[in-house]
Design a protein around this ligand. Structure first.
Ligand code: 3PG
Ligand code: MG
Length: 393
């Protein structure tokens, strides 16, 4: 992948427009509940400021209706927090597309929620050209939004005088490229979560690359059903059993493997008080729900992870929010932490599990992308990256 990098460019006196992904979760009162993405955006902003640029930062927040800014859509709380982290106030500018605002070299302003601008989502050319006129250098540092072709992630990159990747975007692409491009083997991927259907293309694309494909959650249940194991009332998509078998076959032909659970943790209902039972995979009863992998399975998977060269992780293997179903995900997390493998993790639930088990500093790279991380794993070209490559060609 070849693209220009902000950190290779002189920016003194230039107007630098940074498209960040500051789409962070907030509680009902608007308070930020998780600020990884804000912190991850600091190096790009600081680089531009130190270099003497006039800095404009924008992001989307949520999925607002274009054309009207509702109070809950405002970047105000994010601008405030960014100011605290930078140690200087960050002025918030509304109605900024026509450029009727000022920003001086050495100053940073935040441009209000870019998804409120009409034409943003459709990647409108008129909007993109207007925004391009605001800057000398366009920086895309929004890896989390790289799978979207919108006016601030694509059109603007096309029309700005110079278009480059910010340090976060570059680090994400470098780390993911390293993990999947020329991985140290064995390459182990853990893909878990509720639905096979949404991750089917990822599973297929990984089946051609990885040495071990560890499935968990509803995905594992579907694979177990495909292998003829009883799964009771577990969450699964039995109509996709054929697809699951196809993934297993692709792997087998390559001498690779999809290890299925030998034992599982089940319950009759899913609640904090549910009574958990450990049973062999063959002994799941008709009214049971599988809610975690069992300890023997966890141990086996942990040893695969410990001996891996590279581990890619997306999705918890059990309902780790409840103590009695957290053992499998905890074992996986600890095995990744203990392994010498280059490890890379992404996705909202996965990051929550990493935080819960306190292993963030033992993962080689934690991606800020959810959907973008998954599409990269699928082997898809991310439109926001593709345009940066085209501009560098
Ligand atoms: C995310 O949170 O996944 C990114 O910020 C992209 O948001 P979107 O799914 O609303 O485009
Ligand atoms: Mg999303």
């Amino acid at each position: 992948m070849t693209f220009r990098r902000l950190t290779d460019l002189p920016v003194a006196g230039k107007r630098v427009f940074i498209r960040a992904d500051l789409n962070v979760p907030q509680d009902d009162s608007g308070s930020i509940t998780e600020e990884t993405r804000i912190r991850a955006s600091l190096p790009g902003i600081q680089y531009a400021l130190k270099g003497g640029a006039a800095v404009m930062v924008t992001s989307h927040l949520g999925r607002p209706t274009e054309g009207k800014l509702e109070p809950g859509d405002s970047l105000a709380p994010i601008a405030k927090r960014l100011g605290e982290l930078l140690g200087r106030p960050v002025r918030l500018v509304r109605d900024w597309v026509d450029g009727r605002f000022e920003v001086k070299p050495g100053e940073v302003v935040m441009l209000e929620n870019c998804r409120v601008n009409k034409g943003e989502k459709k990647n409108d050319e008129g909007l993109a050209r207007k925004m391009a006129a605001l800057c000398d250098v366009y920086v895309n540092d929004a890896f989390g939004t790289a799978h979207r072709a919108e006016a601030t992630t694509h059109g603007l990159a096309k029309f700005a005088p110079v278009a480059c990747a910010g340090p976060l975007m570059a680090a994400e692409l470098d780390a993911l490229g390293k993990a999947l491009g020329h991985p140290a083997r064995p390459l182990v991927a853990i893909v878990a979560g509720a639905k096979v259907s949404t991750k089917l293309t990822i599973l297929k694309s990984l089946a051609a690359k990885v040495d071990q494909l560890i499935v968990g959650g509803g995905i594992a249940n579907t694979f177990m059903a495909a292998a003829g194991l009883p799964i009771g009332k577990s969450l699964a998509e039995p109509e996709l059993a054929g697809e699951a078998r196809a993934v297993i076959d692709i792997m087998k032909r390559r001498g690779a493997d999809v290890p299925l659970p030998m034992d599982v943790v089940t319950a009759n209902d899913l609640s904090a008080l549910a009574r958990a039972n450990r049973v062999a995979a063959a002994d799941v009863r008709p009214d049971d729900m599988i809610l975690d992998i069992g300890p023997r399975t966890a141990q086996k998977l942990a040893s695969l992870i410990e001996n891996a060269g590279t581990v890619v992780w997306n999705g918890p293997v059990g309902v780790f929010e409840y103590e009695q179903f957290a053992g499998g995900t905890k074992a996986i997390a600890q095995a990744i932490a203990a392994s010498k493998a280059f490890s890379i993790a992404g996705g909202g639930d996965t990051l929550a599990a990493i935080a819960k088990f306190g292993i963030a500093d033992k993962i080689s790279y934690i991606s800020t992308g959810g959907g973008a991380f998954l599409e990269f794993l699928e082997g898809k070209k991310l439109p926001a990256v593709e345009i940066l490559e085209q501009r560098a060609a």
